[in-house]
Design a protein around this ligand. Structure first.
Ligand code: ZN
Length: 479
């Protein structure tokens, strides 16, 4: 829940065909926003929860819920209480719908896993208190995009440790093929948004009680930023209670974005246990700017600057030592305690996926606007999170990479540097992607990169030639 502005903005500028790697662009865009827009140059949490009613029906219960945990009265589940809003975020200001484009429609297409309904899954719902206008039609696609953004955060975070994870949503077949996230439209009693307890009670009264579901509720209300049920159980493996209890994650309309959704889902998946090395004791972390870290009740610990790079703000688990690692080292905390990457609500699908680190297709100059006759130099960015040697190691895992335009391979990159050039000729919009192969021949598709080629004579000095979208991208490309 670092800065929710990020996801919404990125959706305006990122053309996406595949989700996991899209987060790189999303993060890249976020970085630019932070530097370019002083109005949003804030990060982390800290805005106090102003509405005391947010705690109604929550009872401190150390025995059931661990220190600092609350029992949701009448339900028997635990929660860590309302999450603080990020700095600079006003929870009373509902967000606008995510911009709908053809690319985003594609982005809503998810992994089809089984029949889309059986087994352990996240069920997404739009919920409103009775009497409030029904905005389902206006927001259903946006909700799919925000849920998909959260999924991309899990996928990108798994790539950080060389693995693959996707959120297993309840899905329905998409008309154009693939699957789309199922979003239910639920009217709750008039008071159901007035506290988390009332929300959960109302959901249960309507039959949303399955231990095979984590209910991800986009609540059309403004009581707080988000809140979720948690499970006080640090045991590793399938027996962990977070795999077996009904979960409820609620995100209110001032915080509808991918990072907030990933934050609350992570709580329902069992993060962050109090015994984790960098736990706050309030279900968050102190070691960085990741999706879960902030100084919280009851101890308000001082945050440490372990992960300071901005991209960490849209990834899980700074250094992958507290709650998320797809392959934790033997004897480490996550090998011996609960690891959210092991949640049965995630699709692991390791066999079908290439064992590759997180790769990003970009241009060497970092630009996406070129003139006709320019030579465009592409490069594949390796992970540089830890060190240059880590990047070199990552490169060694890649057997080769195909640069693809319009479903045709335009270049095969095998030189260890993974660079290629392309001659811009006619003006227009060109979407490239890349497929990276590991040593076994398994592959991953990287997020697409769209290059705009502008006729040499027609430089759009005021940006009007490309309309609002060009203007919106200016901070991203005019570095
Ligand atoms: Zn939280």
């Amino acid at each position: 829940m670092a800065f929710g502005k990020l996801a919404t903005f990125a959706q305006q500028v990122v053309s996406r065909r595949q989700l996991p790697v899209a987060t790189a662009l999303l993060i890249a865009a976020g970085v630019q926003i932070l530097w370019a827009g002083p109005a949003h140059a804030h990060s982390g949490h800290g805005e106090p929860v102003v509405n005391a009613a947010a705690f109604d029906g929550l009872v401190a219960d150390d025995a059931l819920c661990g220190p600092g945990g609350f029992r949701i009265e009448g339900v028997g589940l635990c929660t860590h209480g309302p999450d603080n809003a990020p700095h600079g975020r006003d929870i009373t200001q509902p967000v606008a719908p995510a911009l709908a484009t053809a690319a985003q429609a594609l982005a809503q297409r998810m992994v089809c896993d089984g029949d889309g309904a059986s087994g352990k899954r996240v069920q997404v719902l739009y919920a409103r208190p009775e009497g409030r206008p029904d905005r389902y039609a206006e927001f259903a696609d946006s909700i799919r995009i925000w849920a998909a953004d959260a999924d991309a955060i899990f996928a990108a975070s798994a790539h950080e440790t060389g693995g693959h994870r996707r959120v297993r949503f309840v899905t329905t077949p998409a008309p154009e093929g693939g699957c789309t996230i199922d979003v239910l439209n639920v009217a709750l009693p008039e008071d159901a948004a007035n506290s988390f307890q009332l929300t959960v009670m109302a959901m249960r009264a309507l039959g949303y009680t399955s231990p095979d579901r984590k209910y991800l509720i986009f609540m059309d209300a403004n009581l707080f930023c988000g809140i979720a049920s948690v499970t006080n159980d640090n045991r590793p493996g399938p027996i962990n209670r977070s795999n077996h209890v009904t979960g409820y994650a609620r995100v209110d309309s001032g915080c509808w974005d991918g990072i907030s959704v990933a934050h609350e889902l992570t709580h329902t998946f069992g993060g962050i246990q109090h015994t984790a090395p960098n736990a706050t004791g309030g279900w968050h972390c102190v070691d960085g700017r990741d999706v879960m870290c902030y100084s919280d009740a009851p101890y308000y610990p001082t945050l440490q600057s372990v992960c300071t790079d901005l991209r960490s703000m849209a990834l899980l688990d700074c250094n992958n030592d507290d709650y998320f690692h797809t392959n934790p080292p033997a004897g480490s905390y996550l090998a011996t305690h609960w690891n959210v990457a092991d949640s049965v609500f995630l699709i692991a699908d390791e066999e079908a996926q290439a064992a590759l680190p997180y790769l990003t297709l970009t241009t060497e100059a970092g630009h996406v606007y070129y003139f006709t006759d320019d030579e465009v130099a592409f490069t594949i960015q390796m992970p540089t999170k830890t060190s240059a040697s880590a990047a070199a190691e990552a490169a060694m895992l890649v057997q080769h990479i195909e640069l693809v335009m319009d479903d045709k391979v335009v270049s095969t990159l095998t030189d260890g540097q993974f660079t290629a050039t392309w001659q811009a000729e006619a003006a227009g919009s060109y979407t490239f992607t890349a497929r990276a192969y590991d040593q076994r021949g398994a592959s991953v598709l990287l997020a697409p990169l769209t290059i705009e080629v502008i006729a040499n004579q027609a430089a759009p000095l005021d940006g009007k030639a490309f309309g609002a979208q060009f203007v919106a991208m200016l901070p991203l490309v005019m570095r």
